[in-house]
Design a protein around this ligand. Structure first.
Ligand SMILES: NC(=O)c1ccc[n+]([C@@H]2O[C@H](COP(=O)([O-])OP(=O)(O)OC[C@H]3O[C@@H](n4cnc5c(N)ncnc54)[C@H](O)[C@@H]3O)[C@@H](O)[C@H]2O)c1
Ligand SMILES: [Zn+2]
Length: 362
């Protein structure tokens, strides 16, 4: 088992990575929480696959548990859903020492984390991510959120979990489309912070997507290490360091939002297109050389990660102004400088943004 540490002073916590970890989770959770009362939040796809066995395992280890199942999909990341869940947990007798377990993908993780942060002014929670995206990105770092009509993730908190337990075996049941979506966040780490990792992905990306055990372990660990470092340096996205994790997200969120968040454009699918468009914008502005967007696009294309879109720039650009990075009516973009290095650029040139949206359209 690999143990990484998110170093945040008294809010520090471990991230455990191992194939088969779900069957020995109890012993890792117990020292990190204040009672043996677990409320498990999961979704309708994950519950039949993992929740029963996980509950049984916790019970056998002396925990009492109760599961709360939300409909699978981004629509569950809503204020209304969070409110309903909070009422249900209070009705079920949640007390200050009860801890929540987020068993599922980023939707469950963001929703459960948000609920944990406001329930009784904050209860403990543990992340047990089951998608590639959640194992490499959303479960680590303590950003919680629900979506608003005005845009993605606009209502949320910074609230760190007590532990993250990653069982890479769960990736074996993840549908290929979800693997490709999660892969976008993995590739993003290579682009912003780690050229060696990017090159490794160019050679081994297909293995990760095929849920090869060793390749997944490597990709998950390397991603978590990079995220751990960035989060420890800038927990609340104040210095610009953590903002680099948003490479491709200003474009990507616009696609997700314009699609109505109905599952037709997944978060990671938006990010993949967004990384390519950010690279094209950067090359047009002379921030990176012309080869970088080509290389980025070639890799995402090869792994089948680029979804087509037919919306116009006029439909998409308004969403970019609602991005959390937008300030005073200006769009700020994370741009690649070279493979393994990126920076935030303020006050994007809208004509160039318009051009890359139009040229990327199919
Ligand atoms: N908090 C953060 O820092 C952060 C970072 C990145 C993304 N996010 C958020 O994460 C969300 C996307 O997360 P996601 O891609 O995990 O989506 P998701 O949670 O919707 O999971 C994707 C699908 O896979 C199913 N699933 C989950 N695990 C499975 C398994 N092991 N086997 C079979 N099916 C499984 C789910 O039921 C769902 O249908 C977005 O809302 C995004 O905004 C948050
Ligand atoms: Zn993301």
């Amino acid at each position: 088992m690999t143990e990484l540490r998110i170093g945040l002073g008294e809010r520090s916590y471990p991230v455990y990575v191992e194939a088969g970890l779900l069957s020995r989770a109890a012993g890792l959770i117990r020292p990190r929480v204040r009672s043996e009362r677990a409320f498990i939040i999961t979704d309708t796809n994950v519950a039949p696959l993992y929740a029963k066995a996980f509950e049984r395992h916790l019970r056998e280890a002396g925990f009492s548990c109760r599961s709360f199942v939300v409909p699978a999909g981004e629509a569950s990341k809503s204020f209304v859903r969070a409110g309903g869940l909070l009422e249900e947990m209070l009705a079920a007798g949640c007390d200050r020492k009860t801890f929540l377990v987020a068993l599922g993908g980023g939707v469950v993780g963001d929703l459960a984390g948000f609920c944990a942060s406001v329930l009784l002014r904050g209860v403990d929670y543990v992340q047990v991510p089951t998608t590639l995206l959640a194992q490499t990105d959303s479960s680590v770092g303590g950003k919680t959120a629900v979506d608003s009509k005005a845009g993605k993730n606009l209502i949320g908190t910074f609230y760190q979990p007590k532990a993250v337990l990653i069982d890479t075996d769960t990736l074996k049941t993840l549908p290929p489309r979800q693997m490709r979506a999660g892969y976008a966040e993995v590739a993003k780490y290579g682009l912003i912070a780690d050229a060696d990792f990017w090159e490794w992905l160019e050679r081994n990306g297909e293995k990760v997507l095929a849920a090869d055990e060793e390749a997944c372990r490597f990709a998950v660990e390397r991603s978590c290490r990079i995220k751990a470092q960035i989060v420890a340096e800038d927990e609340r996205e104040e210095t610009g360091r953590r903002a680099l994790l948003n490479l491709g997200h200003t474009f990507g969120h616009a696609l997700e939002a314009q699609s109505g968040m109905d599952g037709s454009v997944l978060h990671g699918e938006g990010v993949a297109v967004g990384c390519v468009l950010a690279a094209r914008y950067a090359a047009l502005k002379g921030v990176c050389d012309a080869a970088l967007p080509e290389r980025t696009e070639a890799h995402f294309k090869r792994i089948g990660g680029l979804v087509p879109y037919s919306w116009t720039a006029d439909e998409l650009i308004p969403w970019m102004y609602k991005d959390k990075k937008a300030l005073n009516g200006r769009i700020n973009l994370v741009l690649p400088i070279k493979i393994g290095e990126a920076a935030v650029f303020e006050n994007a040139d809208i004509e160039t943004v318009r051009r890359v949206w139009s040229e990327g359209r199919s």
